[in-house]
Structure formats: C-alpha cells, structure tokens
Design a protein around this ligand. Structure first.
Ligand SMILES: Nc1ncnc2c1ncn2[C@@H]1O[C@H](COP(=O)(O)OP(=O)(O)OP(=O)(O)O)[C@@H](O)[C@H]1O
Length: 612
C-alpha cells in the first residue's frame, strides 16, 4: 500500500469529521485576508486630503470582531481536529492490537516489548500528524492563492520579486531538513541506547557486582553518553539553524518590500495601505511555505511509520491496519467484538475451529483423545525446532516430554498450543481435526498452560492467579492447595491480597512457579500443560503437587515437560526428544531398558535429587 492510499483509507474512515475539520481550518486560514484588507483601508485613510472611507473606531471594532471570530473558529477547529485524529489513531492501534493478539502467543510481536510500545505510540502519532496536517496544507494553500491574487492585483511585479526569493530560501531550508532527519534519527538511536543501557544496568546490578564488571559497565555507559552528546549537538544545531532561517525569512521579506516599495511610494503608485497589506500577508505566506515543507516531511515520516507498522504485521497485508472497524466509543450499548478477545473465555473460537460447535465455549467437547501428527516447526532465526512429532494423549493420561537442554521440549508444547505457528502437521481433538488457529482453540476450559518462565504482574497475588477470571473462593482455594501454596500464603503479610512486585520479584523462584501453576489450575481445564514446572521446586513439594493434582483432578489430561524423576516415575507415557525429533518413547521401565538417553536423564536426575 502506498503512503497516499494509506492516508486516503484513514481519511475515509471518518470522512465527515475530516470534511468538517478541513472546512473549519480552511475558514481559519482564510480569515486573515479580511483584517489585512482592513489594515490597508486604515493606512490608506491616514493619507492627508483624502476623506476616510471608514472611521478609525469602526476599523478597530471590525479588527477585534475578526480576531474574536477567528478564535471561535479555532476553538471549534481544535475540537474537530482532536476528534478526527483520535479516531484514526485509535483505529490503527486497535487493528494492530487485534492483530498482535491473534498472532501465536510466542511470536506475537517481532521485536522487544519496548520497541513494540514505540510502534504503537510513535509510529501511530506520526501517521496522525501527517493526516491532520493535510487539512492545514489545504487551508493555507487557499489563503496563499487568495492573498497572492489580491497582491498581484495591486502590484504583480512586486509580488513576484518579494515572494520568489522567499520561496527559494524556504525551499533550500526545507531541503536541509533531510539532513536534519538523519541527525534526528541518529540522536534518537543514541538516546534509546542510553536508556536501554540504564534499564539493563538496573536490572542486572547483582550480576554486574558478582562479575566485578562495574568499571566496564561504566566505561560502556560513558561511551554511549558521549555518542549521544555528539549526535544531540548536531541535531540541536541544525534545528536551531533552520528555525532561525524560517523566523528571519519574514524580516528579510519585509526588508525587500521596504527597498522596493520606497521608490514606488514616492511615485505615488504604491500606497501606505498597499505596503501594510504586503507586510501583513507576508507573514502568512511565509508560514504557508514553511508549513508546506513541514507537511512533506511529515508525509515522508508517515511512509516510514507505515513500513515499520507493516513489519509489526509479520507478513499480514497492510490493509489490516486501516480496516474500518468500530472503536466502541459509545457510552451505551457498546458492542464487544468477541473476535478481539484472543484467549478470553467468551471467545467464539469453536466456530472457527472446525469442530462444528455453534458458538461459545459452553458447547466445547470434553477431551477424550488429543492427537498430533507430523507436528513441525523451525525457528526462522536458527533453523532449529521440532520435526514430525506424533503425540497421543488419552483422557486422564500423564505424558512427560523429556530430553536434553535445547532438544525442543518447550517448542513442542508451544506449537501444540498454537503459541508458535506450526510449519506442518495436524492436531485432532476427539478424532476430529482442529482447523483454524490452534491458539484460538487451546484456551480454557479446553487447555491451560504454565510456561517455563512464569510471568507475574505487579498486583495482588489473588489478581495474579485469577487474571480476569471471576472470583470463586472454592475454585481458588482448590487451585492454591493443589499448587501447594498453603505454607507460602500463611507467610505473606496480607495473604492473597499481598502485592507481588514487578515480575513477581518478591517471590522466590518456586513460589512464582507455584503461583503460575495455581493460575493454570484455577481455570479447571481438560488439558494441563506444565513446562518444566518442577525446576524451581524441591522434590518433596513436587511430589505433593502431583499427588494433589491426581487426587483433585484424576480425569485431567496432563502433558508435562520435565526431566525430574518425580514426574517421570508417574508418567503413563514418556517421550524422549533429541534434536527436535522423538528419539524414544514408552513407559519409564521400557525406556530404562531400551534408551541410552533416557537412562542418562533418569540417573542424572536421580543423582541430583539424592544430593538435595
Ligand atoms: N526464539 C527462538 N529463536 C530461535 N531459536 C530458538 C528460539 N527458542 C529456542 N530456539 C532453539 O530451538 C531449539 C529448541 O529449543 P527449546 O527451548 O524448545 O528446547 P528445550 O528442550 O525446551 O530446552 P530447555 O530444556 O533448555 O528448556 C534450541 O536449539 C534453541 O536454541
């Protein structure tokens, strides 16, 4: 999509607001024509021997009325501008967010969260700015046309002589903005590096101290600071220089008019009023030229923003960004678009799943058998992943996926649950293929997942576990007990209401993992997927957790990634992965007989747990 089409599609989203905005701002920009003519009339009336056309009092009153009228129009103009800008900005953010939420969870954005925020904030702002400025450019062009028509009527030669050099000066200055852009980008880049380094330093104080790397870190920071100083200096210098050119252009123009008009005035061909009118319009025309240049810059930046936002779409068509969708700003009767809710319980994903359910999760089918065939995924960056994986999880079974570090265990869980987009393979729920996005299908109450690294929020423990789920004390108590959290809760000052810090830093590794497990268990799903839950638990706590899970939810189907004996010993079926492929599978006894890798994992773990 070209930048122009992008702009037109956004304008088309709220055409009436745009037209209202354009009409108002065109009137606002045209309004100075009138005080200009009044000023001319006033000065012309000062000439002796000539009867005054209007009294001074009347002219002053008309000037005040014109200023007041313009203020009122500007007030309305800002309302239409904000309303329009807000709507197009929100449309892009809404569409982008919807897209991000629909993407497989582990690949939702192709960049770091910090960069993601900058796409949502800065690139959308850039787009808003350019579309909004198109209105100003139109209004200013109208003013320039009308004023030039009037001035040419007074003295065509002088109009040309005064404005042509000005146009050239401003165009030259505008061309220099390309360089300014370069400096601006460099200074932004340098600033974000400094900010990134500060946040890294704060996040890794302990690691830096332990490694005795304070000196090196400070040196690196000093280097980044120095680079920022240099780039900022260039940026500032260039900005100030251009600003001074623009602001002094009016003075240069006035000087030119004085030089040229003096002669003509002596001859009587040019009146004081004409002179006043030239000087009056000069400010606005110069403003128009520099603002036109500004608009061109914004338009270019909008093109860059479009490219960056398209990158966020990860291959989806650009039209996704401008799809005309409701923003739901109405206070009453706002419609909730269920398609937006990616993992919400009211999501209508069954419809798209091909399972034939009519709507809603209430019509979901209890799991009898989950099968995956030929499941394949390769990370584009490393070419590693999983290949041709077969899985069979009957109701109530406990399947453990094990294997050495980097063998593809987490990848397998994520591809199965649709958190990564599979390259190949099919998944069947009760013998029928799951169509559409696996990520839309594998949500509570079908499945729940505890990731290897628990993500906790700066909120109460209760909110961290419920995460939007309706507060049900019985379910919550059961989940907390199954996740073996009773001793921890007794130690927390405010029990479930205890606020846990950003990313759960006030919790120990084991507590954070058990909180994540409670979050999963409170969702009472058919299938539970645990990714290396036991890595931060001691053997006794892990034993308790599995015992309780079996006691509470014997019918639940579990897929557990682990290399710990506590899990392996309970498994009905074990899958051993090696380099992304299934190397062996069976029961623990059978694998102890047949698989070297499994024996190593089993004994390695045994040695570890015996030393604990
Ligand atoms: N985001 C990623 N981008 C590129 N390659 C990745 C990514 N994540 C994992 N890999 C690679 O894919 C392979 C499988 O990784 P995966 O995390 O699934 O292994 P794992 O068996 O779960 O390891 P661990 O036991 O350490 O959790 C590894 O070789 C890893 O380097």
């Amino acid at each position: 999509m070209s930048t122009f089409t992008y702009m037109m599609r956004l304008i088309g989203y709220r055409k009436s607001w745009y037209i209202a905005n354009a009409v108002l701002w065109t009137i606002i920009y045209l309004m100075p024509i009138f005080p200009g003519l009044l000023t001319k009339a006033f000065f012309d009336s000062l000439v002796p021997d000539q009867p005054a056309e209007f009294g001074v009092g009347l002219i002053v009153m008309l000037l005040i009325a014109a200023a007041l009228a313009r203020s009122v129009f500007i007030w309305f103009g800002f309302i239409t501008d904000v309303q329009f800008r807000f709507r197009i900005g929100m449309l892009i953010r809404r569409n982008l967010l919807e897209h991000v939420l629909k993407e497989p969870g582990a690949k939702a954005i192709p960049c770091s969260p910090g960069e993601g925020i900058s796409y949502f904030r800065d690139d959308v702002d850039q787009t808003e700015e350019a579309v909004s400025w198109s209105v100003d450019v139109f209004g200013m062009t109208c003013f320039a046309a009308v004023s030039c028509y009037i001035l040419i009527g007074i003295d065509a030669g002088m109009t040309l002589l005064v404005f042509l050099p000005l146009v050239l000066v401003v165009i030259a200055a505008q061309l220099a903005t390309a360089r300014l852009q370069k400096y601006r980008e460099a200074s932004r880049e340098a600033t974000s590096k400094v900010t990134g380094a500060i946040s890294e330093m704060f996040g890794n104080v302990q690691a830096i101290q332990v490694a005795g790397a304070e000196g090196r870190v400070v040196d690196r920071f000093r280097g980044l600071g120095e680079n920022r100083r240099r780039t900022m200096l260039k940026d500032k210098l260039m900005t100030e220089m251009l600003d001074s050119i623009f602001s002094n252009t009016v003075n240069i123009g006035t000087g030119l008019i004085l030089l040229l008009a003096g002669q003509k005035m002596r001859g009587g061909e040019f009146t004081v009023g004409d002179f006043a009118l030239f000087v009056y319009y000069l400010t606005f025309v110069t403003q128009f030229i520099s603002n036109f240049g500004k608009f061109l810059t914004y338009f270019k930046q909008m093109g860059v923003a479009l490219r960056r936002l398209t990158f966020m779409l990860q291959g989806a068509p650009t039209s996704v960004l401008t799809a005309h969708r409701a923003l739901g700003l109405e206070r009453k009767g706002a419609v909730i678009d269920h398609a937006v809710s990616p993992g919400g319980e009211s999501s209508s994903s069954v419809v798209g799943s091909g399972l034939g359910g009519s709507a809603g999760v209430s019509s979901f089918e209890q799991l009898e058998l989950l099968e995956a065939t030929g499941l394949t995924y390769r990370y584009p960056e490393t070419g590693r992943g999983i290949e041709d994986i077969m899985l069979r999880l009957p109701r109530g079974s406990f399947t453990v996926v094990t294997g050495p570090i980097g063998s593809g265990k987490t990848t397998l869980a994520r591809v199965l649950l649709g958190l990564l987009p599979k390259d190949g393979g099919i998944v069947q729920w009760n013998g029928r293929m799951v169509k559409g996005e696996l990520g839309d299908f594998f949500i509570p109450p079908r499945s729940a997942y505890t990731a290897q690294v628990p993500r906790l929020y700066s909120d109460s423990l209760r909110e961290n576990i419920l995460l939007g789920q309706p507060d049900d004390e019985v379910k919550l108590d059961r989940a907390l007990r199954t996740a073996v959290m009773e001793d921890d809760l007794a130690k927390f000052p405010d029990g479930l209401e205890t606020t846990i810090g950003p990313r759960g830093v006030k919790l120990s590794g084991g507590q954070a993992q058990r909180t994540a497990a409670a979050r999963m268990l409170v969702r009472e799903s058919e299938l539970f997927v645990f990714d290396d839950l036991s890595s931060a638990l001691d053997v006794e706590t892990e034993e308790k957790l599995w015992d309780r899970l079996f006691g509470e939810r014997g019918d639940a189907t579990c897929l557990v990634i682990s290399h710990r004996k506590a899990a392996l010993a309970r498994a009905d079926h074990i899958i051993v992965l090696q380099d992304g492929k299934i190397e062996a599978e069976g029961t623990a006894e059978a694998l102890l007989e047949s698989s070297d890798s499994f024996r190593k994992l089993w004994h390695g773990d045994l040695e570890q747990s015996e030393t604990q």
